[in-house]
Ligand binder design. Structure first.
Ligand code: ADP
Length: 155
């Protein structure tokens, strides 16, 4: 099964949306492989958002991501990276489709509630960035055969 990384940003923590969003992921059939609270610093954010460091708005992103602790989450499931990106929606909350997490909870380009890995390669790098190996768990819920078909579980 594929794993992906989600960050509940300070906007989710401050607005009390963690339970609601976690419920959505669990209802979808995604499995929690790791979860913890942490305070991000500039060093880890410069690495995580290396594609944005030259942007004029980057200092604002830094402030926003350090405004409170965050919760990092590792989710597991078939095609988990793509499934979680679809559930997350477009970057700008005002353009994200209703029904997506950003579409339902965000009205901002910056304060957009969660981060979700954008590719399998990114997910692997991000899991190593935010979790120690012993903080991630390989376990299978007893209801897996009601989430996926036999065929899907074989492939
Ligand atoms: P995504 O989070 O959808 O993968 P990006 O990797 O492009 O999007 O951007 C990372 C984060 O930086 C966004 O989630 C958002 O919080 C912030 N961001 C991106 N573009 C802007 C912008 N134009 N103004 C302010 N913040 C931005």
């Amino acid at each position: 099964m594929e794993k992906t990384l989600v960050i509940f940003k300070p906007s989710a923590i401050q607005r009390g949306l963690v339970g609601n969003i976690l419920t959505r992921f669990q209802q979808k059939g995604l499995v929690i492989a790791g979860i913890k609270m942490m305070q991000l610093d500039e060093t880890i954010l410069r690495e995580h958002y290396s594609h944005l460091v030259e942007k004029s708005f980057f200092p604002l992103v830094l402030d926003s991501m350090m405004a409170s602790p965050v919760i990092v989450l590792c989710l597991e499931g078939k095609d988990a990276v793509n499934v979680v990106r679809l559930m997350t929606g477009a970057t700008n909350g005002r353009e994200a489709m209703p029904g997506t997490i950003r579409g339902d909870f965000a009205s901002s380009n910056q304060e957009n509630i969660i981060h979700a890995s954008s590719s399998v390669e990114d997910a692997q790098a991000e899991m190593a960035r935010f979790f120690k190996p012993e903080e991630l768990f390989d376990w299978e819920p007893v209801n897996t055969s009601f989430i996926y078909s036999k065929l899907e579980l074989e492939n």
